[in-house]
Design a protein around this ligand. Structure first.
Ligand SMILES: NC(=O)c1ccc[n+]([C@@H]2O[C@H](COP(=O)([O-])OP(=O)(O)OC[C@H]3O[C@@H](n4cnc5c(N)ncnc54)[C@H](O)[C@@H]3O)[C@@H](O)[C@H]2O)c1
Length: 368
């Protein structure tokens, strides 16, 4: 029995595990910056065959096809044609954010295992639709919330959740850059259009907000904030995505979270970059640096993890492991839905200049 026949006879995710030894036929939709990087990373994995790539930009498609010449993949301009391939079992989606839901639903309905880039979606309504389709499907669905795969973050967050800093009271996080993304680069045709990207909070900060939810172990109940285009006004022309905002969230257990993102933090000024501080009744944890700082005077800081931080793409091997073993991925559809909805909640609070509640999103989904 080959792996396809094996899969065809399967009724559950556990049974849908790939037959050992068979390479897993893989395709990709969107071979731009992120997709090109993922595609090249896949070449380093054992047991993966790169059979098909799709992009509407011929130059980017050609680059992907040449990079994977080892496996002689076919190129497509229409992603539906790629999904018709019976020998393609796993599909990566790395298209602009507004296309994720439509492509992910089509891939799941074609019976594929799916690795969809973050954000899961850019509207609450479309995320609700995708959640329903994913719940009915038997294949693996993993999302590119790869911070969940950092061993250092895993160990540190586990210790915060175990109470190393006492009872968690507040989380403070930021993502500050010294410059804007390229105004003339190949992704500028969608990135600065909030209707396509979901705005920068959904497109980028979905990673940071996911880690905040992970630390708290829940999704927020409400959000309020302010932001807009402050410095890079009409650059590039027609820009609708923000370049700076500040947000506050509150969780059902009373934990407060504060988050800012700017694209004008001078490189020479301290305090830039990204961090997550978790404040508890006994002290605070610098989560990115895996350090606990006790409130008690004279007590030394404690190292919470010596595991490696970010590096490589461990989530890719993990995706194929899930396919082979029929197990659920760490960054599953629920985690990704909650992360994207948290960002959408913040975005809508900023746009509408009022406190927005989770209930108003109209999608019932919880972590865990
Ligand atoms: N997980 C991460 O850390 C991470 C990092 C960067 C980007 N991303 C995500 O990856 C996605 C792509 O971002 P990017 O920076 O690579 O953008 P990009 O513009 O470089 O690449 C997107 C590609 O999709 C192609 N495309 C557009 N419409 C298509 C269609 N209908 N069919 C097939 N291909 C189509 C474009 O031609 C382009 O080549 C975004 O959702 C982004 O948020 C994730």
């Amino acid at each position: 029995m080959n792996r396809r026949e094996f899969l065809a006879g399967s009724m559950s995710l556990a049974a849908a595990a790939a037959a050992p030894g068979d390479p897993i036929g893989t395709g990709i939709i969107g071979t731009g910056n992120r997709g090109g990087h993922l595609w090249r990373s896949l070449l380093k994995l054992d047991g993966v065959k790169l059979l098909a790539a799709c992009d509407i930009k011929p130059d980017r498609l050609d680059q992907a096809l040449s990079a994977a010449s080892r496996d002689n993949p076919m190129g497509y301009a229409d992603y539906r044609k790629l999904l018709e391939r019976n020998d393609v079992d796993a599909v990566f989606i790395a298209s602009p954010c507004d296309l994720h839901v439509e492509m992910a639903i089509a891939a799941l309905q074609a019976g594929k295992h799916v690795y969809c880039e973050k954000p899961l979606g850019i509207t609450a309504e479309s995320i609700g639709r995708l959640l329903k389709v994913a719940a009915d499907s038997k294949t693996v669905f993993q999302v590119g919330q790869q911070m969940r795969y950092s061993p250092q973050l895993q160990e540190t967050v586990a210790k915060v959740r175990d109470g190393v800093a006492g009872k968690l009271m507040m989380v403070k996080a930021q993502r500050h850059a010294g410059n804007d993304l390229s105004h003339s680069g190949p992704s500028a045709d969608w990135f600065f259009d909030a209707r396509r990207s979901g705005d920068v909070i959904v497109e980028m900060a979905v990673h940071n907000l996911d880690v905040c939810n992970w630390i708290v172990g829940a999704r927020p109940d409400q959000a309020a904030g302010f932001g807009g285009v402050n410095l890079w006004v009409n650059q590039p022309p027609g820009r609708t995505s923000m370049d700076g905002y500040t947000l506050s969230y509150e969780y059902a257990n009373g934990v407060k979270m504060s988050f800012t993102q700017v694209f004008f933090h001078p490189g020479g000024m301290p305090g830039g970059g990204q961090y997550f501080y978790a404040y508890g009744t006994k002290g605070a944890v610098d989560v990115s640096n895996a350090r606990f700082y006790p409130l008690e005077r004279g007590k030394e800081a404690q190292v919470l993890s010596t595991a490696s931080g970010r590096g490589g793409e461990p989530q890719l091997a993990a995706f194929y492991e899930c396919i082979r073993t029929g197990t659920k991925p760490l960054a599953d559809v629920k985690i990704a839905a909650v992360a994207a909805l948290t960002a959408i909640l913040g975005r809508e609070a900023i746009y509408q200049k009022r406190v927005m509640t989770w209930r108003e999103l109209g999608v019932e989904v919880e972590l865990g």
